[in-house]
Ligand binder design. Structure first.
Ligand SMILES: [Zn+2]
Length: 191
């Protein structure tokens, strides 16, 4: 199981806001999607690296795929099983498999598949899992990793919890990034 007390919730929100989102803003400006990820040491939640989607270079460089690639290029890195893999969005079937192959055992994501489809207007994650594997989502506790939703962890907090405000501001930030990406995509289609 992935531990998720208030310290974890705040630290994960910190990393998304301060480490991942600024990289994603640059990536979106170059035509890449809004998905980003980070690797943290499970012991003290210190950051190993944060990265973002590089779709502009290759359709395979999803945020998680690129992060895994860059993690394994680090000369001095902790073992994957000693880390928490933080993803802004619930990993798609490509990335979920890559996380299993890469040895990560604990995965946390913010936006779920439903949000990716409805709020971010990207239906492929859900559609591909249904079409290829005839299911709705990978099992949250499988033989390779367990994953859990940061959004769900905030949703169970009281209405006046400061973490709710923090999450709202991150949701607004990603709505802006998504809008920029979607407008850019339409402009490219029109060319
Ligand atoms: Zn993916």
């Amino acid at each position: 199981m992935v531990e998720m007390d208030l310290r974890h919730v705040n630290r994960f929100l910190d990393v998304i806001e301060r480490d991942i989102a600024p990289l994603t803003k640059k990536g979106v400006a170059m035509g890449s999607k809004v998905f980003g990820a980070a690797v943290l040491r499970a012991s003290d939640l210190s950051l190993v690296l944060a990265e973002t989607n590089h779709e502009a270079m290759s359709p395979l460089w999803h945020g998680e795929m690129w992060t895994i690639k860059m993690f394994y290029e680090l000369q001095d890195r902790p073992a994957a099983e000693e880390c928490v893999f933080l993803s802004t969005h619930q990993p798609c079937c490509l990335c979920a498999s890559a996380l299993a192959w890469a040895g990560f055992r604990k995965v946390v994501y913010l936006f779920g598949y439903e949000s990716t489809e409805e709020d971010f207007n990207i239906p492929h994650d859900r559609r591909m899992i249904r079409e290829l594997f005839n299911c709705e989502a990978p099992r949250p506790d499988n033989a390779y990793f367990s994953w859990c939703s940061l959004g769900d962890a905030v949703a169970v907090l009281s209405n006046d919890a400061p973490e709710r405000c923090r999450l709202d501001s991150i949701v607004r930030l990603y709505a802006q990034l998504s809008d920029t990406y979607q407008r850019g995509e339409k402009l490219m289609v029109l060319k």
